[in-house]
Design a protein around this ligand. Structure first.
Ligand code: G3P
Ligand code: MG
Length: 258
């Protein structure tokens, strides 16, 4: 099984993170999937933005949870990145699901509830993904283990992953104990031992944020289930230059004869 390439916040090296231009670009580049971050507005609408506060990635100030949807979509979420993206707006989860639904892209919805534990974020997001018939293609993830437990209670069959930046003791057992079938780790803690533990416990291991060729190669060598990258074009190129990949593309001599 190939390591799947997820565009981290879309193709975020080339377009403002978590916006439609970044998602469109990831699709055009042929990424296998898209990772994006979900927070809730004051009127409980899931929107795609990484930080709890709008300051870094928009022309506004204050917290996402203090904006209504009508207010938050007025913000400019593109200018901070480049003037060519002026007036790009924050995207709702619903609009993103509508866009992705007819495509074959996988989704990783990261619930950003480790700083603000938004009430009912899990059920709001889960029900919307279910309504769009996208459950099979979606992995829900969070740095908040309680959130993943809640997701498991909603649907034990949902794909869920625990996110972590540190190698705590018995990490794979802990991840299993909160009902997850995936583990998303920071590249720094990737090791052959962890890869083996995930294999033994049946956890899909995905790695963030993998932007350098040598790091990509290591994920491919370990046959990680996925990696998250800001540069999906580079990750695809790197993956297609792997020896196995080249061999599998070669036409068998008997197939050539006719
Ligand atoms: O989901 C992988 C990665 O996005 C987690 O970290 O801070 O980039 O959302 P962050
Ligand atoms: Mg994220």
């Amino acid at each position: 099984m190939k390591t799947r390439i997820f565009a981290h916040r879309g193709a975020s090296q080339y377009a403002p993170e978590n916006t439609m231009p970044a998602f469109e670009l990831a699709y055009e580049m042929n990424a296998d999937g898209i990772e994006t971050d979900v927070q809730l507005t004051k009127d409980h609408i899931p929107v795609l933005i990484h930080d709890e506060n709008v300051r870094r990635t928009t022309n506004g100030i204050g917290f996402v949870q203090d904006y209504t949807l009508q207010e938050i979509i007025q913000l400019d979420a593109g200018s901070w990145f480049s003037s060519s993206f002026t007036n790009t707006s924050i995207v709702t989860l619903e609009k993103f699901l509508q866009w992705i639904s007819p495509k074959s892209l996988k989704l990783n919805l990261e619930l950003k509830n480790n700083v603000i534990d938004y009430k009912n974020l899990e059920s709001i997001v889960y029900n919307m993904v279910k309504d769009y018939g996208l459950l099979e293609r979606t992995v829900f993830s969070s740095f908040n283990p309680k959130s993943m437990e809640r997701m498991y209670k909603l649907d034990p069959a949902a794909n869920t992953a625990f996110l972590t930046t540190s190698k705590i003791r018995r990490l794979t057992q802990f991840t299993r104990s909160i009902g997850c079938n995936g583990l998303h780790i920071k590249y720094r803690i990737l090791s052959s031992q962890l890869v083996e533990e995930c294999r033994k416990t049946g956890l899909d291991l995905r790695v963030f944020t993998v932007n350098r060729p040598a790091q990509m190669d290591r994920c491919y060598k370990f046959k990680c289930a996925g990696l998250f990258t800001d540069v999906p074009d580079f990750a695809l190129k790197q993956r297609s230059s792997l020896p196995n990949e080249r061999t599998s593309k070669r036409i068998h001599p008997f197939q050539r004869r006719r």
